[in-house]
Design a protein around this ligand. Structure first.
Ligand code: HT7
Ligand code: ZN
Length: 883
């Protein structure tokens, strides 16, 4: 397979000005006619015009109305080449045939539950028609759709509906026109039996926008929350970023078969139904929050991605990092900022840090790829969002807004690069960003060590930083990064000290601003080694560092356990209170892992229990924050800190600590359950969600005990639950232990919800991710369950993805988990390479485990790589993992 490099980027030889598409949607085949006005980039240039095209049957090709003859074009499995096009502007017309009903890859035009829909990002448009399938080709589109009216009563595409009507033979048509230039990856078409929830939004300039959420008729009642989320997002983008919606209609379509979460096609967003449909009885608080965030995310793309798009796919983070940052901020403003930040940082640590330390490590802007689909990663998305966040940390809210305003002003209607975003931030603020651009080009999570010292006589407090960036594939040596470290100092009563000035780099700089006391300052760490000295510090402080997690790094400080307990109890930066608890928990878990490996008894530090108890009983704290603060770091996060990852030891230790906490704080946990039971009516707001989260976290702890009274309690919670959040949490609590209660509850749940595929997916995931010994057998059986379908990505993510997320069973020492995944990946790859390559990624960190496991995992990877007809998607991940 061919590797594509950023350094090889070349401007296209031809631009496309207008594109008129015409679809005839049939049961056996679909015919696509495309009429494109082509403009050479350089006057008089007559280079060959190379069009991408995959799985297309070419029927005819014309230039300026004349059918091309043999020799004037070449057609192969991936391209149509017009060997000597005319030298000026010309009209290119092609007719092709495609087979959407046979398309199981779910890219291009395909069928989902009988309806037609498209997915073109990144390179799916080439499965629809011959085109220069690259984002810097921006054109104005019209789209005519013709289909049988009774089978496909609704016909949708981008932009405005300008004509529709009935035709002979029971057919009808619709003609759509999108007035905005767009790259082809934003093209969309939907046709089928759908109904819409309708609403309107009046923009800040007074324009009334029709909002429509389309689903199969039976799902329509579950779209209320999605509509609420959309309207909230539209208002927020006006208020916070000054961005107004630009068309008179905005459509969202829900489909059950979708490879990712959703797609921001211009004015016709297509969503995985899992991220649209919700009702209190069928969706959890986490589902409601995800819907809010993703509806926001796709809507925000209208400006960050659609109006201003990417020059090439290496710039993906330009739109994705920025849009993730925007959706994170939106969700923060709609709920609790601290809790949202904790969730986002946990996600980064659990998924992105391991990627950045493994064989697939790549910079936020990758240097090369074989298959672009493989680079829709947590690095591009989540680390990319952290990079955007650092601009804001450095510039402040107003400076950041000046930067985004300039970015939109300069680049509306253009396809641009990460440097263009950087330049807008810099120029709007006249800022010095030193070597900040390295965040786009260097992979790996920087490790920053910090030591502190207090000089009582001089009343100074010094922080000495040293940083390294670990080697990653293709980047053995790194340069120091620009790391913004937000810092404050606590006095002995736990209060923030006002900061006056800092001595750094031979200069004394004042921190105080406009006569107002300052309690947090941002230190600009840019060198391998660097010292900052705070002056006028009256007593030895406890430093609170990296407040709000101001940079995506691993910070190693010399804070003692006592300092950390102090920060846990007092830090005004709530994020750092949580962080202090997590550092303590990680230390504790690692120390007990060492005990487990030596077969020494496991012990739980009473000071840790006390710290957790204080948090539990602190009624001044937000309940969702308490739930986060008493949740131990995940097993993956702890394994990530070990020389050789030991899933059995980490699992045993985490279970032990949970059980000990449950037993020593049983009384407190029981109270939390009693005090935070839900009221009859489900409300999705922070207060109610926080109550449910805390109650269910407490219930989860209690269920780890061997205790009749608790079993009764958990069953009671299950039976009396009035919403899915409570019902599913109780089910998960019961399912912790094998036995009759578990079997009965799982059977009961399936019975109740078998008609709802999204709820059944939760049921699959709960079982597949179970730590019950030998669970692979059960998962094998579930593959043949009537509700499972390997062609549906959501079901694969629930059952197979869920299994890989359970370290003890996936990494079973007998290799059964690896064998299971190896076989599935080969099978899946023939149907849907994108989904298969996501699954094969579970192997990528095989070198982190002991030799026995390494050999077993490696054998599976080798088998996969040698499979016949392997896709480029899976090849890229598997071969890079083996390298
Ligand atoms: N921009 C969208 C990306 C996407 C995608 C990429 C590859 C293959 C399938 C896909 N479906 C959607 C989603 C987003 O980030 O908003
Ligand atoms: Zn996105």
């Amino acid at each position: 397979p061919k590797e594509i490099f950023l350094k090889d980027y070349k401007l296209p030889d031809y631009y496309f000005d207008t594109v008129d598409l015409s679809f005839f949607l049939g049961e056996e085949k679909t015919t696509v006619s495309a009429k494109i006005s082509v403009v050479p980039r350089v006057d008089g240039g007559a280079a060959p015009l190379v069009l991408d095209g995959v799985d297309l049957k070419l029927i005819s090709v014309k230039i300026n109305g004349n059918e091309l003859k043999e020799g004037e074009f070449q057609v192969g499995p991936r391209h149509l080449i017009l060997t000597s096009p005319p030298s000026g502007n010309f009209i290119l017309e092609t007719v092709t045939e495609i087979l959407p009903h046979k398309n199981t890859s779910l890219e291009g035009l395909y069928k989902s539950s009988g309806n037609f829909c498209t997915q073109c990002e990144a390179e799916g448009f080439r499965k629809i028609t011959f085109y220069q399938d690259r984002p810097d080709i921006m054109a104005k589109y019209t789209c005519r759709i013709e289909a049988n009216k009774s089978l496909y009563p609704v016909l949708l595409s981008n932009g405005n509906l300008i004509e529709q009507g009935d035709l002979e033979g029971g057919n009808h048509f619709a003609l759509w026109e999108d007035p905005f230039k767009k790259p082809c990856y934003l093209f969309a078409l939907v046709a089928g039996q759908l109904e819409s929830r309708d609403d309107t939004f009046t923009t800040c300039s007074g324009r009334k926008v029709a909002l429509k959420i389309w689903t199969p008729p039976q799902d329509l009642p579950k779209t209320e929350h999605a509509m609420y989320s959309l309207k909230a997002a539209m208002k927020w983008d006006e208020d916070v970023f000054g961005r107004e919606y630009d068309l008179d209609i905005f459509n969202i379509v829900s489909v059950p078969d979708f490879n990712m979460g959703a797609m921001e096609n211009k004015s016709l967003n297509i969503f995985n139904s899992k991220l649209v449909l919700a009702s209190p009885e069928t969706a959890t608080d986490a589902d409601y929050a995800a819907i809010l965030g993703v509806i926001g995310h796709e809507y925000f793309h209208n400006w960050t991605g659609n109006r201003v798009t990417c020059r090439d796919w290496f710039q993906l983070s330009l739109k994705e990092g920025l849009t993730v940052f925007r959706d994170q901020e939106f969700s923060s403003d709609m709920g609790s900022r601290t809790v949202k930040r904790i969730g986002d940082v946990s996600k980064l640590r659990t998924y992105q840090f391991p990627q950045d330390a493994g064989p697939m490590a790549h910079p936020v802007r990758p240097h090369s790829y074989i298959k672009m689909d493989n680079f829709y990663t947590v690095t591009v998305y989540e680390k990319g969002a952290e990079v955007v966040r650092m601009y804001k940390t450095l510039l402040g809210s107003q400076g950041f807004r000046k930067g985004t305003d300039l970015y939109f002003e300069r680049h509306d209607g253009q396809a641009v690069t990460c440097e263009d975003f950087f330049a807008a931030m810099r120029d709007a603020n006249d800022a010095d960003f030193a070597n900040f651009l390295l965040w786009y080009s260097q992979a790996g999570t920087p490790i920053v060590k910090v030591t502190s010292s207090y000089n009582a006589e001089a009343r100074t407090f010094s922080l000495k930083f040293s940083q390294t960036v670990p080697p990653t594939p293709g980047q053995p040596v790194k340069e120091p990064m620009f790391i913004p470290v937000a810092a404050g100092l606590l006095d002995s009563s736990g209060k923030d000290m006002p900061l006056s000035s800092i001595y750094h780099d031979g200069k004394l700089e004042s921190v105080a601003c406009c006569g107002q006391p300052v309690y947090t300052t941002v230190l600009r760490v840019t060198k391998g080694e660097e010292e900052f000295t705070f002056s006028d510090v009256p007593e030895k402080p406890i430093p609170s560092l990296l407040r709000g997690y101001s940079a995506p790094i691993r910070l190693q400080s010399d804070l003692t356990d006592d300092d950390l307990f102090f920060l846990l109890a007092h830090d005004s930066d709530e994020f750092n209170r949580w962080e202090a608890g997590q550092i303590l928990a990680r230390k504790l878990m690692l120390s007990q892992v060492a005990n487990f490996q030596k077969s020494s008894p496991l012990v739980l530090d009473p000071q840790f229990v006390h710290g957790i108890k204080c948090i539990l009983l602190d009624s001044s704290l937000d309940k969702e924050f308490i739930a986060k603060a008493i949740t131990l770091p995940g097993e993956g996060e702890v394994m990530d800190l070990m020389e050789v990852a030991d899933p059995d030891a980490v699992h045993a230790v985490r279970k032990f600590i949970r059980k000990q906490l449950a037993s020593q704080l049983k009384h407190e946990f029981l109270n939390l359950v009693k005090e935070n039971r839900s009221s009859e009516k489900y409300v999705f707001d922070h207060t109610n969600m926080a109550r449910r989260t805390l109650k269910n976290t407490a219930l989860g702890y209690l269920a780890s005990l061997e205790d009749e009274e608790i079993t009764e309690l958990v069953l009671h919670e299950y039976k009396t639950a009035t919403n899915m959040t409570d019902q599913f949490s109780a089910l998960a609590a019961i399912a912790q232990k094998p036995g009759k209660a578990r079997d009965d509850a799982l059977a009961d749940f399936y019975n109740q919800w078998q008609h709802d595929y999204l709820v059944v997916n939760k049921w699959f995931a709960l079982q597949s991710s179970s730590d019950i010994p030998g669970n692979v057998e059960n998962v094998h059986k579930l593959l043949s369950h009537q509700a499972f379908d390997i062609k549906n990505p959501n079901k694969v993510y629930s059952l197979i993805g869920g299994f890989c997320a359970s370290p003890v069973n996936f990494h079973a020492k007998d290799g059964s988990g690896y064998k299971f995944l190896g076989e599935i990946v080969v099978q899946l790859d023939k149907l849907n390479p994108q989904v298969a390559s996501r699954m094969v990624s579970a192997f990528s960190r095989w070198k982190r485990y002991d030799e026995t496991r390494q050999n077993l995992a490696k054998a599976q990877l080798e088998k996969i790589v040698s499979a016949n007809g392997l896709s480029e998607n899976v090849y890229e991940i598997a071969s890079k993992s083996l390298a």
